[in-house]
Write a protein that binds this ligand. Structure first.
Ligand code: B12
Length: 478
């Protein structure tokens, strides 16, 4: 039996006045991957440090690492990479012999780079089987040489990449996530209702090939579904543990409408009394108005919708598979059912002029209750990264780190100003303040989270952050 420390890295570096990742403003979300992996590694002792949900000192991290035989770290995004690296360095400085395993989207895409930065093992793509085999091999005194899907450091220090692993053919056969490793007091979602908050997954991957999306290729452009019975088993278990607010992390909830409807009907029949949010595509909503009415009755309160743009040329450029003509219908369906619309949009690409950016921002404010606008950033693992990389127009050499305020060099002029002015105007508009005070339950809980997150960010200002707004600044010391 080994002591396993699951680590969501401490935020050693932080940004101000807005946090580096928007999601940190509106929620405190547990990392489902870590609960899922704990479920795959029964018979070992589990510990969890979640640096996104709580503040820890580096000394506390040291103490927890000291007790562990193996440290398993989630490396999820370019925005988080600096903090993953700061944690990794701390561990390796203090405990040079401690073995560290990384996994997640970013680790998969930059496996050799992470080995060069000190990781002993990187689990690429799907983690369940690979990590089980790795832990078993280490427990038997072996190494990772025979484990498919693994990149590892050999005795000479070189990175060795083992062959890829096939994706699990049947998600129902994955072990159940062990949500008991999460301290539910640390988490919250912008959803109305009572009960603890956590994440759940009913499918994995997406059939679509949007050029900006890092998830499609990670999951090899397929959406695999858990059966209705397996999903219900997970929901019942969660309900028994006191979790009633759920973030369904599937990429395109409702991609299989009949199955989704059967799950919603069962949630109603079994009176599970859940409040939940999901990611979905605009055309999944507009094609299935009945499904979303049913989902609202089954507790869907917040939909994160990938609109991406109101410009047909950008939608074409993104290979989004829609011209946007159904977007007004999508919003109407969700609003009719009192489902809060978090709308994803991307600006600053495909030759968009400043006037066209203004058009997209105006459409975003109309279509969504809260527009989540990103300035275009080509991430490794996407078709856009290859396209933009060829034109040598990346804001940093390989996008290993990325701070959203550094747009593509050709776009930088004026775009940040326009972007910030939009958000200032949006957030101070009486309509948003009205939603905070008198909106639907979903609107009120969203704005309560958002304004509390903004206040926290403003109150956490330090002289160093004040000198360098919008940059990642050292925030946690010993
Ligand atoms: C839920 C989610 C979140 C949650 C939870 C984050 C988390 N760490 O789990 C929140 C809301 C916090 C979040 C935030 C952000 N996210 Co996010 N997120 C997702 C989403 C939708 C699902 C992830 C999930 O839970 N899947 C289910 C679990 C079981 O799968 P998994 O996490 O991938 O884990 C599996 C493997 O990756 C691996 N694994 C993962 N970690 C580890 C660790 C070890 C040790 C091992 C061995 C294996 C392993 O094993 C697991 C089981 O197979 C994905 C899209 C997707 N469908 O994958 C985007 C996604 C991962 N997010 C993304 C982004 C960009 C962000 C943000 C930057 C958004 C923003 N601008 O604010 C922030 C960054 C936060 C940060 N500080 O790093 C991108 C990452 C792209 C990239 N490489 O940069 C994705 C791919 C979305 C996309 N379509 O592009 N996100």
């Amino acid at each position: 039996m080994a002591d396993l420390l699951f680590l969501q890295p401490l935020r050693v570096y932080k940004r101000w006045p807005m946090p580096e990742d928007f999601t940190g403003l509106i929620s405190s979300v547990p990392t489902l991957a870590l609960a899922q992996l704990a479920g795959c590694l029964p018979g070992h002792r589990h510990d969890l440090v979640d640096g996104i949900a709580r503040e820890y000192s580096l000394r506390e991290l040291d103490a927890r690492v000291a007790r562990a035989d193996l440290v398993l770290v989630n490396a999820h995004s370019s925005i988080g990479a600096l903090n993953v690296e700061a944690n990794l360095r701390r561990i390796k400085d203090k405990f040079p012999d401690k073995k560290v395993v990384l996994g997640g989207h970013h680790a998969t895409l930059y496996d050799r780079e992470w080995v060069a930065r000190g990781a002993d093992f990187v689990v690429r793509n799907e983690g369940e089987q690979t990590v089980s085999e790795l832990v078993a091999a280490l427990a038997a005194g072996g190494d990772g040489a025979a484990v498919a899907g693994l990149t590892w450091r050999d005795a000479s220090g070189a990175a060795r990449r083992n062959p890829d692993r096939e994706l699990a053919p049947d998600l129902d056969r994955l072990p159940m996530p062990d949500w008991r490793i999460l301290d539910p007091k640390l988490y919250g979602l912008p959803l109305p209702g009572r009960g603890w908050a956590t994440c759940v997954e009913t499918s994995r991957g997406c059939d679509h090939g949007c050029t900006f999306c890092a998830a499609s290729r990670m999951w090899r452009n397929r959406q695999r579904y858990k059966s209705v019975e397996r999903v219900l088993e997970e929901l019942r278990l969660l309900r028994g543990l006191g979790f009633r607010k759920l973030w369904v992390v599937d990429d395109n909830w409702g991609g299989d409408p009949d199955r989704a409807a059967r799950i919603c009907e069962a949630v109603l029949r079994e009176k599970l009394d859940l409040s939940w949010m999901c990611f979905t595509r605009a055309d999944t909503v507009s094609r299935n108005p009945g499904l979303f009415a049913l989902a609202a009755r089954a507790g869907l309160r917040h939909a994160l919708v990938g609109f991406e743009s109101s410009l047909a040329k950008s939608l074409r450029g993104f290979a989004k598979g829609t011209d946007g003509s159904d977007y007004a219908a999508t919003s109407a369906i969700l609003r009719r059912n009192k489902i809060f619309i978090g709308g994803f949009f991307i600006v600053g690409c495909h030759g968009e002029t400043r006037a066209q950016t203004a058009e997209v921002l105006a459409a975003a404010a109309e279509l969504a209750d809260y527009p989540i606008v990103s300035i275009f950033e080509p991430r490794r693992g996407t078709a856009d990264f290859e396209r933009i990389g060829r034109a040598e127009d990346l804001p940093s050499a390989d996008m290993f780190y990325h701070n959203t305020t550094h747009a593509l060099p050709s776009l930088r002029e004026g775009l940040m100003r326009q972007y910030r002015a939009f958000y200032r105007g949006f957030l101070l508009h009486p309509r948003q303040l009205g939603q905070f005070a008198w909106g639907t339950p979903a609107q009120r809980s969203f704005y309560r989270f958002l304004f509390a997150g903004m206040a926290r960010s403003l109150l956490n200002v330090t002289p160093a952050k004040l000198r360098r707004p919008w940059e990642m600044v050292l925030d946690i010391r010993d």
